[in-house]
Design a protein around this ligand. Structure first.
Ligand code: GDP
Ligand code: MG
Length: 598
């Protein structure tokens, strides 16, 4: 296809503003998929994504569109993950296309994720076409939202396309706008040495690793010997194709085109997003700029509730790691929890997705330890340690100082909740950087310690704003602070899964809250159980769980045997999710609940 008839684009949107629905309509209207094969949210392939409405992997689809000018255009849509944990992946996908549709829900307006992603698009020099969705709803306010787009984002919105992705209204206008308002790929010499961007990859049990590529220069053919410039790995291309959205083989891909290749690659770890693919024989001069290996920033321990599940868990983790290069797992043993894994994630959402998949797809009950970030520990002897796990904290008397990672958080919130949001950020040791208004919404920017965000910041933000706030963040670096390790002791035994790094000034408050929570969460036993929080040897908070006096079944009426049996069964079922610590049983949910702050 000549460059002039190719349009590569992505769709930028906040969650639930209608990105997937619009993609479905574009695919449907161009007859890319037969009507009988059309199912909702074609591009969101993973179940969990569909349930949570989050697109995790970049997906592409090639659409052929006969435009009003009489020419047939090839439109390549790259659908990107919209979430903050995947900011790097999004930035790479954006580099692979020339334009974006900015989809904004006309009843909601611009949200924090819209902002973050649209800035990424602007950085990638995109032409941007604003699209106002959901205008079928009575609450739609297209004029107000256009103004907001101009005020907040600073791009022209007069000529925004007004649509309803649900009813199909305005979809033909979107297709025309893609052709007339978005640019064709800039240049590209089919005879130049190959330079292609590795946009994403995933594992397929039949094909092995499938790699998504965007050709910048040169031509990629089936059978070619290729080389990944960042990893140095070499492969022979087995299969080349495009997604429509089902796989369709092609013989070659030229400049401006987007497609996939397979090359007997065993694991996605061998394919780094943002790497440059070239020919082994005739290499391009230099790799594409901006490559960055993605590294986990949030860590936690995952342990099976039932030690017998460990082997299953190992298999499950290996399978997940096969398809997710940014998820890391190392075996770990804990005095209290036995065998498990110390896992690394790109962010909190990533952690939740993996934990959910282990529990649901692989049916393993898990204990999740307190999430931790990476602390930089500077020892008095000059050594520097990256601490991933509070359990590995060195002797504090030998530590010179500790640095923690900070983020810049952007929150958009309706006026009436602003006070609560400021309080929340302040409570989490935030430093306000900016506060501006866009219509009836405030935009607050805070410098926050990542460690204060990884516990339950999203949950709290959602609850204090009744779901009306949106949130986005980026890492901004490390800073020294007064940080200590707080341990939790149950019946005088340290429960390392609950130990955490905290700011010294907040340790008492956090310790007290944890002890109170645990007192409610741990069932009473036949003996008295002290619950304590301590720093080093010093106890900073304490609660006592009183002893249980009567048999639980005693309150059942003497004769009712079925009721008694039922109660015992219920107890047994509950037990499965408990874990023994010394003489004390702690329910699984205690580990997550205790970490949430109110
Ligand atoms: P995404 O998270 O941006 O991919 O959003 P979805 O495409 O999944 O849409 C979120 C919700 O909004 C779904 O329940 C859709 O049915 C609904 N939706 C999408 N477009 C429209 C529209 O134009 N009008 C109405 N009324 N609902 C829509
Ligand atoms: Mg979606």
């Amino acid at each position: 296809t000549p460059l002039s008839r190719i349009r590569n684009f992505s769709i930028v949107a906040h969650i639930d503003h209608g990105k997937s629905t619009l993609a479905d309509r574009l695919i449907q209207l161009t007859g890319t998929v037969a009507e009988r094969d059309m199912k909702a949210q074609l591009l969101d392939s993973m179940d969990i994504e569909r349930e949570r409405g989050i697109t995790i992997k970049a997906n592409t689809v090639r659409i052929e569109y006969p435009a009003k000018d009489g020419e047939t255009y090839v439109l390549n849509l790259i659908d990107t993950p919209g979430h903050v944990d995947f900011a790097y992946e999004v930035s790479r996908s954006m580099r692979a296309v020339e334009g974006s549709l900015l989809v904004v829900d006309a009843t909601q307006g611009v949200e924090a994720q819209t902002l973050a992603n649209v800035y990424t698009a602007i950085e990638a020099d995109h032409e941007i076409v604003p699209v106002l969705n959901k205008i079928d709803l009575p609450a739609a306010e297209p004029e107000r939202v256009k103004e907001q787009i101009e005020d907040v984002i600073g791009i022209e919105a007069d000529n925004a396309v007004e649509i309803s992705a649900k009813t199909g209204l305005g979809i033909p206008d979107v297709l025309e706008a893609i052709v007339t308002r978005l640019p064709a790929p800039a240049s590209g010499d089919p005879d130049a040495p190959l330079q292609a961007m590795l946009v994403d990859s995933y594992y397929d049990s039949y094909l092995g690793v499938v790699v998504l590529v965007r050709i910048m220069q040169g031509t990629l053919k089936k059978g070619d010997n290729i080389r990944m410039m960042q990893t140095g790995a070499r492969y022979g291309v087995d299969r080349l194709g495009v997604f429509r959205p089902a796989m369709q083989n092609v013989d070659e891909l030229g400049p401006g085109e987007i497609g996939f290749l397979t090359a007997s690659i065993k694991q996605v770890r061998d394919t780094k997003v943002g790497d440059t693919i070239t020919h082994e024989r005739r290499q391009c001069e230099k790799p594409l700029p901006g490559f960055k290996p993605s590294v986990p920033v949030v860590f936690c321990g995952l342990f099976p509730v039932d030690a017998n599940d460990f082997e299953d868990m190992r298999d499950a983790i290996e399978k997940l790691a096969l398809n997710d290069a940014s998820f890391t797992a190392e075996m770990e043993t804990s005095a209290a929890l036995g065998f498990g894994f110390r896992c690394g994630f790109l962010g909190l959402l990533h952690l939740e997705v993996i934990r959910d998949r282990l529990e649901r797809e692989y049916d393993i009950d898990l204990i999740t330890t307190a999430p931790s970030v990476i602390y930089h520990i500077y020892m008095k002897d000059g050594e520097q340690i990256d601490l991933h796990n509070p359990a590995d904290m060195p002797d504090p008397s030998k530590i010179d100082h500790i640095e923690e990672p900070r983020i810049k958080a952007t929150i958009l919130v309706p006026d009436e909740y602003l006070g609560d949001v400021l309080k929340l950020c302040q409570d989490r040791r935030g430093i306000q950087l900016d506060l501006t208004y866009a219509g009836s919404r405030a935009m607050v920017v805070y410098d926050l310690p990542l460690n204060e965000v990884v516990f339950d910041f999203y949950d709290r933000l959602k609850s204090v704003t009744k779901g009306y706030a949106s949130f986005d963040y980026q890492m901004i670096g490390y800073r020294e602070d007064n940080l200590v390790k707080m341990s939790i002791l149950v019946n005088d035994e340290p429960v390392d899964a609950l130990s955490m790094m905290v700011h010294r000034d907040r340790a008492e408050m956090r310790g007290r809250a944890m002890c109170e929570k645990l007192k409610d969460l741990i069932p009473r036993h036949m003996f008295k159980i002290p619950i304590q929080a301590a720093i080093g040897g010093k106890v900073i908070a304490r609660e006592t769980l009183s002893a249980l006096r009567k048999d639980v079944t005693a309150k059942c009426y003497g004769g009712d045997a079925t009721r008694k049996k039922k109660l015992l069964e219920k107890q047994k079922a509950g037990k499965k999710k408990m874990r023994q610590f010394g003489k004390v049983e702690i329910p699984q949910e205690a580990f997550i609940s205790a970490l949430k702050m109110d």
